[in-house]
Write a protein that binds this ligand. Structure first.
Ligand code: ASP
Length: 342
């Protein structure tokens, strides 16, 4: 019988309203009571629950380490893992886990819901039951169909490090604009096999060292020198995500270029990610990004912001020398960026 481990971290899926009508996390009992169908599934299910249960907005890199360690400790005992998680930071957790779980060969499916499981119109039951089905799906030879960290939400399965929460109210809360869904759930579960990663033979390596000394500089027309310098000069900073326009462009004003050059001179890594949701950074395509390329700003290609944040934390935690660090940042490690983009 297929053995699945559910890791319950919290989120709306299990929440209930307190006396003042505010949604607060509740224990796993609330979920099982509301989904009697779980007993009819032909899988052996075990649950590990966070204590206390968390709203995902309170999560930090320590939480990702905790989840990764739970998966590491139980990896040999289960065929797949379903992580019940708040939707707010689910794309960050999924991206972080994708980097932390090297050589992953079993499904890790994150899911949650927009309405608590006890509400009549809830999306939680379908999300939970189908996430379990996906985690249990195997090819005829017994190998798992989706040996990746992914997010299942509202009838679609996405690669974790390609997804983002794009809507705060719709049931269809996630998408992955630069990568096709890995599966769609209709009458049948239709897997998009050619876009799913296939694992090699190497054993799982779980990385738990993350370095959060990064920041983001989201530019906008009119941003002041004072603001830019305040961010670039934050004490202890090791890397900055430069959230740029279009294909990676910024203004070319002297003070701006100078501030970036000085930051790079002080040893800061600058990674260029586009504010556009779809498409890719192409440094040097316009005059407004040529200066960035020349001074050593790195291209984030078509990575999501969530993938960029967690990739930087992961790579900084590995303590590579500077040239290797820069190479790895631009390299496709876990399917998080499209090879061949500039
Ligand atoms: N605030 C909740 C959380 O992320 C929202 C949700 O679960 O969808 O934990």
């Amino acid at each position: 019988m297929t053995k699945l481990l559910i890791i319950y971290t919290g989120g709306t899926i299990g929440m209930v309203q307190d006396a003042s009508g505010i949604l607060v996390p509740f224990d796993f009992e609330n979920i099982t009571q509301n989904v009697p169908e779980l007993k009819r599934l032909d899988y052996q299910l075990q649950v590990i629950s966070f204590d206390p249960i968390m709203d995902s907005s309170n999560m930090s890199p320590d939480t990702w380490v905790k989840i990764a360690e739970m998966i590491r400790d139980e990896y040999a005992h289960y065929d797949g893992f379903v992580v019940l998680h708040g939707s707010d930071t689910m794309a960050y957790t999924a991206s972080a886990l994708s980097f932390m779980l090297e050589n992953l060969a079993k499904p890790v499916v994150l899911t949650g819901s927009q309405l608590p499981i006890g509400e009549i119109r809830t999306d939680a039951k379908e999300n939970l039951i189908t996430a379990l089905e996906i985690a249990a799906s195997r090819h005829a030879d017994g190998s798992p169909v989706v040996p990746e960290v992914c997010i299942y939400f509202d009838y679609r399965l996405f690669r974790g490090n390609r997804s983002r929460k794009y809507h705060s109210n719709k049931f269809e809360a996630f998408d992955s604009p630069n990568y096709p869904p890995l599966a769609e759930a209709g009458v049948h579960l239709k897997f998009n096999s050619e876009d799913i990663c296939q694992p090699g033979k190497a054993s799982l390596v779980v990385h738990t060292r993350l370095d959060a000394r990064i920041a983001s500089l989201k530019i906008f027309p009119g941003i002041t020198e004072h603001t830019v310098r305040a961010i670039l000069q934050s004490p202890g900073l090791k890397a900055i995500i430069l959230e740029s326009f279009g294909t990676g462009n910024t203004c070319t004003e002297g003070w701006f270029v100078q501030a970036l050059k000085e930051a790079i001179g002080r040893g800061l890594v600058i990674l260029d990610i586009s504010q556009c949701v779809g498409g890719s950074v192409e440094l040097g395509r316009y005059e407004t990004s040529r200066h960035l390329k020349e001074m050593g700003v790195l291209s984030g290609h078509d990575m999501t912001f969530e993938a960029a944040v967690t990739k930087l934390m992961f790579l900084l935690g590995q303590e590579y020398g500077r040239p290797e660090l820069e190479r790895m940042i631009e390299f496709n490690l876990r399917g998080e960026l499209s090879a061949g983009t500039n």
